[in-house]
Design a binder for this molecule. Structure first.
Ligand SMILES: *[C@@H]1O[C@H](CO)[C@@H](O)[C@H](O)[C@H]1NC(C)=O
Ligand SMILES: *[C@@H]1O[C@H](CO)[C@@H](O)[C@H](O)[C@H]1NC(C)=O
Ligand SMILES: *[C@@H]1O[C@H](CO)[C@@H](O)[C@H](O)[C@H]1NC(C)=O
Length: 253
């Protein structure tokens, strides 16, 4: 008559104990995963690329969409037929899940085409190193428009954005600076929108330069010097008036 020996009973106890422990370990792991996965994005173990510049602005989508709607409804209702949702879609398609040093003109061309607008003659105002002053001026004086008073400039002013090949496709931690790689998504955006803004200029144009810059008010490799000036159409632009602004207490160059 087989009778469970004491040793086989011990073995059964061991098996039950081992089984219980496996269940416990699985449970604890599940709890730990549930607690830590949502925070994984910012932890050192994450795989997003690291750069020296500011990461993508939080709530980028809400800001861009909100600014777009504000622009077409209130700032410039002539553009009321633009489709802000489509504009945002093309914007994110241009950089999401892409390496932020390999932005191309092709990435941004559909966005540029959709957001394009005409600029009335005699209204274009360019600037270099006078950002605060020039925008204080255009805010109170409607005679002139800067790039930041157009839809493309208005939507993106002061924002930062770049993609990353790994999920979620956007890098909120850091983005490449111009010195790290020239072909980053925001340089591409500003170069292309500045080029379009310059090409659209006609009649008499204005530029506000900073007369207190040590190296001289005209800066060779600035957007104004390297992109805008060279893309003015000499058949449409008759004259450029230069406003040289000196700081009241600063050096006069
Ligand atoms: C632009 O300015 C010039 C010179 O003052 C003037 O002749 C021309 O009519 C202006 N164009 C527009 C569209 O206002
Ligand atoms: C000119 O540039 C200097 C140095 O960058 C800056 O401090 C100053 O505010 C600028 N002046 C204007 C009018 O923007
Ligand atoms: C402008 O750039 C060219 C080359 O890109 C350089 O040779 C020249 O010295 C620069 N001019 C100024 C005023 O910096």
């Amino acid at each position: 008559m087989p009778f469970p020996s004491s040793s086989s009973r011990t073995q059964r106890h061991k098996l039950i104990l081992a089984g219980t422990m496996v269940v416990l370990v699985v449970l604890v792991s599940a709890v730990l995963l549930a607690v830590f996965i949502p925070g994984r994005k910012g932890t050192p173990g994450s795989e997003v690329l690291q750069w020296k510049g500011q990461g993508t602005t939080k709530q980028l989508q809400e800001i861009v969409l909100g600014r777009c709607h504000n622009y077409i409804a209130i700032v410039n209702p002539e553009l009321r037929d633009k489709d802000c949702l489509k504009i945002w879609e093309l914007f994110q398609n241009a950089f999401m899940y892409k390496h932020p040093c390999r932005a191309t003109e092709e990435d941004f061309q559909p966005l540029m085409d959709l957001a394009r607008q005409s600029i009335p003659c005699n209204k274009s105002l360019f600037w270099s190193k006078t950002k605060d002053l020039v925008h204080r001026y255009t805010k109170t004086n409607r005679d002139f428009l800067t790039l930041e008073d157009t839809l493309l400039g208005y939507m993106a002013d002061g924002l930062s954005w770049c993609g990353d090949p790994s999920s979620p496709g956007v890098n909120y931690e850091s983005c490449p600076e111009w010195t790290e790689c020239e072909n980053n998504p925001s340089s591409m955006y500003w170069k292309m929108s500045s080029k379009m803004f310059a090409e659209a200029a006609c009649g008499i144009t204005q530029v506000m330069l900073n007369g207190s810059i040590e190296a001289g008010a005209f800066i060779n490799n600035s957007i104004f010097g390297s992109v805008e000036v060279v893309n003015l159409n000499p058949n449409k632009v008759s004259k450029m008036q230069i406003w040289l602004m000196q700081d009241i207490d600063g050096p006069q160059k």
